[in-house]
Design a protein around this ligand. Structure first.
Ligand code: P6P
Length: 333
């Protein structure tokens, strides 16, 4: 009998003493992701494709599904009494839960409800990314400062990828496990136990259209990959760029690779492209738990002290030996 998400978490609890409340939060997230999968899959029938006139806090025009999935995710959490407050890519400020339920909550939730949403109307994989933090003791009305916790303090992190199948990939600090949505039973079933990233790879993921803006260490690393067998790396490399971080990281968890959205002269003032709290930190937790590495090029992402809900950071993550090579080039520079 295939192992469902709840059965897996219950067995994890016996091994590592997972808190009941955390198991329920993960279950609520899984339910939200099932609903989001349906919303994404049926967008063509429900008129949910395309863009709204509105912009989000990032100044990005919102897709209808950005707002719909944000509402689905918030609605899955704001009645449970397990989460005291949330932070979403789509919302300027923290999202408090109703006071009559907030008091019992022990967790904070950061999430990107539909990462890579520019792909959703052209049928390329998109995803949901989430990060669970402990709520400071006694907090019932959250403020942004309650979320300013380093990535190493996360108690759980994961993503759903809406692709050829819908999967939920999760860590609670004891490795990484992947669950596939079995639509016959409407539940996530363990299909990818103990996911690990090979330390070496021949595949890099970067948006090469930004090449003229890259810093020297990144340019050096990519040039060496492009030089192939005849170059200093002594082997040919392949390139992928899906423009959907969840899809890139999912591929890397399955077969290795390095994902890079580094600092460049165009992004310098912003600090980077990807957001720390609900993209870089949860994905870094997962990647490190799978034996990979995750750095800005200059520091370990999980050690960064956050200074804002929507803070952006450079991201270089994946196969450990490749990330360490890029980090060493930053040190040399
Ligand atoms: P670009 C999606 O918007 C995202 O946040 C990540 O999922 C993805 O890796 C990146 O931005 C794509 O950026 O510049 O290639 O569109």
């Amino acid at each position: 009998m295939a192992k469902t998400l709840l059965q897996f978490l219950t067995e994890e609890q016996r091994k590592s003493g997972l808190d009941n409340g955390l198991i329920q939060v993960i279950g609520d997230v899984a339910n939200a992701c099932k609903t989001i999968a349906s919303a994404v899959n049926r967008a063509a029938f429900t008129g949910s494709s395309g863009y709204l006139e509105s912009e989000n806090v990032q100044g990005e025009t919102q897709k209808k599904l950005d707002v719909i999935t944000d509402e689905i995710f918030i609605g899955s959490q704001n009645w449970t009494g397990r989460v005291v407050g949330m932070a979403s890519e789509e919302m300027d400020d923290v999202i408090p839960v109703p006071q009559d339920v907030a008091g019992k909550g022990k967790y904070l939730l950061c999430f990107d409800p539909l990462d890579g949403s520019s792909n959703v109307d052209v049928n390329i994989s998109v995803g949901t990314i989430f990060s669970v933090l402990n709520a400071p003791a006694g907090v019932t009305t959250v403020s942004a400062s309650d979320f300013m916790q380093k990535g190493v303090t996360q108690v759980a992190a994961g993503y759903a990828v809406y692709g050829s199948s819908t999967m939920l990939v999760l860590t609670t600090g004891n490795g990484v496990n992947g669950f596939t949505l079995d639509t016959n039973i409407g539940d996530f079933v363990l299909t990818h136990p103990n996911m690990t990233i090979p330390a070496d790879t021949k595949e890099f993921a970067i948006n090469a259209s930004n090449m003229r803006f890259w810093e020297a260490p990144v340019k050096r690393y990519i040039d060496e990959c492009l030089a192939g067998k005849e170059g200093p790396r002594g082997r040919d490399f392949n390139m992928r760029w899906v423009a959907s971080m969840v899809a890139e990281i999912h591929r890397i968890l399955n077969r290795g690779g390095i994902f890079m959205y580094p600092l460049d002269s165009k992004l310098k003032d912003k600090g980077g492209k990807l957001r720390l709290m609900y993209e870089a930190n949860p994905m870094s937790f997962i990647v490190e738990q799978a034996g990979g590495a995750s750095s800005t090029g200059r520091e370990r992402i999980l050690e960064i002290q956050p200074n804002g809900l929507h803070q952006r950071v450079p991201v270089i993550m994946g196969s450990k030996n490749e990330v360490e090579t890029v980090v060493s080039y930053h040190k040399d520079a």
